[in-house]
Design a protein around this ligand. Sequence first.
Ligand SMILES: Cc1cc2nc3c(=O)[nH]c(=O)nc-3n(C[C@H](O)[C@H](O)[C@H](O)COP(=O)(O)OP(=O)(O)OC[C@H]3O[C@@H](n4cnc5c(N)ncnc54)[C@H](O)[C@@H]3O)c2cc1C
Length: 375
Amino acid sequence: MEYDVIIIGAGINGCCSAYTLAQAGLNVALIDQDGIASGGSGAAGAFISPKISKAGALKEIMERAHAEALEFYTTRFPRFTLTKPLLHIANSPQESDKLEHFKRETSLQHSPIDDALQSLLTEEASNDSAVYFTEGAVVDAQGVCRSMAEGIDFYPLKVEQLIHRDEVWQVGDLNAKHLVLALGAYPKLLPIDYVGLRGIWGHRIDIETSTHVPCILHHHVSISPTTKEGIVAIGATHDVHYSPFLGELYDVEQGRAVLLEKASKTLTLNNINIINDYTGLRSGSNDYLPMLGNLVDADATLLCYPHLRHGKAVDPADYVYYPQLTMINGSGGYGFVLAPYLAKRLKEYLVDGKALNLALSPSRFFPRWAKKHQS
Ligand SMILES: Cc1cc2nc3c(=O)[nH]c(=O)nc-3n(C[C@H](O)[C@H](O)[C@H](O)COP(=O)(O)OP(=O)(O)OC[C@H]3O[C@@H](n4cnc5c(N)ncnc54)[C@H](O)[C@@H]3O)c2cc1C
């Protein structure tokens, strides 16, 4: 089968890219070993929340991505998007400092909280710095991914090998000019050890409770508003030590206890019944910026420029790249916020010929890696 683009990985990055490229008229094949939203994306609480940060490239990208995501999900996928106000409460003195700064600078509408909400909060939550945004959103992670993939040719395959021959990528019986890798925290399929990614394990739970939660709450943990089905989501834990790839068993009971204890610092949830657990890996970059860009062929580049090993600079435009191959990854805990932003830039690159932002290129990690790896 011939396609314009093959996308490997049907998490939020793969699905949102497939949707955006198909909307632009490309013929897309989407592949996943375990089905749509089976990786980190299927576990996500999928809050579309602003990142509270002070200044710099990350703040600018996150602000833009957040605004684009709110617009994207509410207009394109309203059935899977719950919009409610969002109360962000600082959980440490450092965060309090960042939050106060953010509040002064942000263009997002915010207001004092009303008495009804105030009365729900614990004393600790009431006393910490907080900002109450008029508009927040949370999406149904699995529902939105499935809906994006509707009408796209989906192949349930575990890809073991990538072949590029005569300017065509071959994945099993599928051929395409362009290949997009959206593999999350899974093994990378190519010798690209310079790409600084780490898996961060997360656990969230869905509960029934007699307490009605009127808005999105972020404090020691995130708590969703009560859905029309009467569900409240609590999540997620952040564990950089546990990995399902190492064969250890995960302690679900302990994860539940951590989540409930953290939620109790924000408000009292009465008559709790846990109805579902979701676990998965986020894939975070070492510098917290997401990755969207071409991949350096490390061996070929070092052959051309051996002095890279000694720390000599080479213009990234002169590196040897795998042809017609783009990676989208490294969104950490903000994959649902970042996906529409990244997919839009991927479309502008593949369809409109616009250059990708070099600050997001995975090649940013290459020179440092080359210097450390002497042979
Ligand atoms: C518990 C939890 C809560 C979260 N909460 C939020 C939140 O509130 N808001 C937010 O914005 N983000 C949240 N995130 C983060 C977000 O889910 C991730 O950033 C996002 O899932 C990354 O998506 P992805 O498409 O890059 O990776 P994934 O969703 O992991 O998708 C990668 C896919 O690639 C497939 N794959 C890998 N290798 C192969 C292969 N060789 N062949 C075929 N298929 C392959 C896998 O099966 C997988 O389905 C949360 C994450 C977790 C775990």
